[in-house]
Design a protein. Structure first.
Length: 242
């Protein structure tokens, strides 16, 4: 991983995932994908604030979140939520190592990808696992990696988001605007980057219909009318920017 922009891009991707979680607390009670019990907090709730702080430069809080992931995995090695968050965190560590010209960067990068893949194998129908991996891969695919790996990770991220959308079909309309807007925008952007303009247009049109009056709809209208670069994507409007 030899890009001075890797850390910034990875942090943006993780930030999007965290924000989506914050917005999706109203998920259907029938979603049994979470590895936590109905009486215990979601794993995301335990690490989200520290990950946010870490993205703003607080390394101690970021490492505290990673330590919680590692402690959880030591007790429950197949906790898919802790695993996917830890895998995402390893990509941040990889970027930090790359900036320091540490040879461990590539090892951490591959380990992070492997952990996220393993988490999805353990919980293939969990939005709480698919969303962090999807957001991370969509972001990492923009960095200075090989074109082949970039396309592979991009396609995998789009597939994650598509599956989440299918899983949430019955209650998607009841989710907060931010949750819907981020997922649909990610799909519109992902399909555009994959070269499928028809699919990208379908999602932008859906955003205009289903997120009417929002910044997501305004940005999609501009995209559809060719008033902005087709590479642009709405900036996250989530809780972490307040």
């Amino acid at each position: 991983m030899k890009s001075r922009y890797l850390l910034t891009v990875v942090l943006v991707g993780i930030s999007s995932a965290l924000s989506a979680f914050a917005a999706q607390q109203g998920e259907s009670k029938d979603d049994k994908a979470s590895t936590s019990t109905t009486n215990s907090p979601r794993f995301a709730d335990l690490v989200r604030a520290d990950f946010f702080a870490g993205m703003q430069g607080d390394r101690a809080r970021f490492e505290r979140a990673m330590q919680l992931c590692e402690t959880t995995l030591a007790k429950t090695p197949e906790d898919a939520e802790a695993m996917v968050w830890h895998g995402s965190g390893l990509l941040i560590r990889s970027a930090q190592a790359g900036q320091a010209k540490d040879v461990k960067s590539e090892v951490l990068f591959q380990k992070g990808l492997d952990e996220m893949d393993r988490a999805v194998v353990l919980a293939p129908d969990s939005p709480s696992v698919l969303l962090p991996q999807g957001a991370t891969l969509l972001s990492v695919s923009k960095t200075a990696i090989s074109p082949e790996l970039s396309k592979k990770l991009l396609r995998q991220g789009v597939d994650d988001y598509e599956k989440v959308l299918r899983l949430q079909t019955s209650y998607f309309a009841t989710l907060p605007l931010h949750a819907r807007g981020e997922l649909l925008s990610g799909l519109a952007d992902g399909w555009h980057r994959l070269g499928d303009e028809a699919r990208a247009r379908e999602y932008h049109q859906r955003i205009v219909r289903e997120c009417a009056g929002s910044a997501y709809a305004s940005d999609s209208e501009m995209w559809l009318n060719h008033r902005v670069s087709t590479d642009s994507r709405p900036k996250c409007q989530g809780c972490h920017v307040k």
